[in-house]
Design a protein around this ligand. Sequence first.
Ligand code: MUC
Ligand code: MG
Length: 369
Amino acid sequence: MYKSIETLLVEIPTIRPHKMAVATMQTQTLVLIKIVTEDGFTGWGEATTIGGLGYGDESPESVKTNIETYFAPLLKSLSGLNFAQTIQSIKRNINGNRFAKCAIQTALLDIQAQRLNLPLSEILGGRLRDSVPVLWVLASGNTEKDIAEAKKMIELKRHNVFKLKIGSRPVEEDVAHVLAIKQALGADISIRVDVNRAWSELEAVKGIQALQDGGVDLIEQPCAIENLDAMQRLTRRFDIAIMADESLNGPHSAYQIARNNGASVFAVKVAQSGGLIEGCEVGKIAKLAGIDLYGGTMLEGPVGTIASAHVFSTFDHLAYGTELFGPLLLTEEILKTPLQYQNYELVLPTVSGLGIELDLNKIDNLRRQ
Ligand code: MUC
Ligand code: MG
């Protein structure tokens, strides 16, 4: 049933350095999975991460090795099973590897939706919106450059909500940087910050108080991944929204965080969740627990970005919008028709499957040989 399962590492420079507490990105390595079936369907998935092993516990190289060594032979042996049984069997036979699992699942869902002649979102429960709001992340590392970049985005009507990457400088310096941007852009522009787990709990108390007083709207992952107790105390202590990102790695952790009041918002990432279905499950847990939702990214290219958009389109309330801007941070286009960003939103395709067509010549030129 499966003719080939291929993993491609595609290197694309970013439009400017993207500085985060965990890594500075100048190039993104897209990890693309292509599955071709004997009866002529092609499905695509993506397992892109940030900064090699700087962000998560899978690297582009580990995903490629593990798919070629373990996932591909397993998948080829499962040809008699339906989609749900295939996913169940992968979970039973392979531990961890959430990014690789997400990419394989995305490609299989792309194929399944094409077989049924439906957009992918329709087999995830059905879309409730045809586009999702998209913010922009300011991460040049320079206050004046960030202000100029934000003003340009507002002028172009491309983004009117901004997330700032902080955590690599002393707390006071980061706070001054954020509040200078907040002041320059004015009260109507929503500013959020992502600390990428850089603060101790005491630093977080100091930083969050100042940012809350300065009119910032949300604090993302202030403390360490494992420090759920600190996340809980900060969520209870402050009025400002506290969002779990790296701490949230699938439905089970969503349940644990929800039980412990460990966040007021979830950043749902399909790869961190281990798949599109699991991303939907995280959304359901948040809904049941009264936790607000935000659509996160691993700075994927267009494949992972549109797969995530299909998932987020099924959420009935997306209080904090999404950050599905990954393709806009890249200098090269790998789709025949680029994703459609308009009026501050990313538009979902209406054709079957993921609804995108890859430019294979372009990918061939950019892929790591
Ligand atoms: C993260 O931690 O949120 C998402 C947007 C961005 O700029 O970095 C990523 C990772
Ligand atoms: Mg984050």
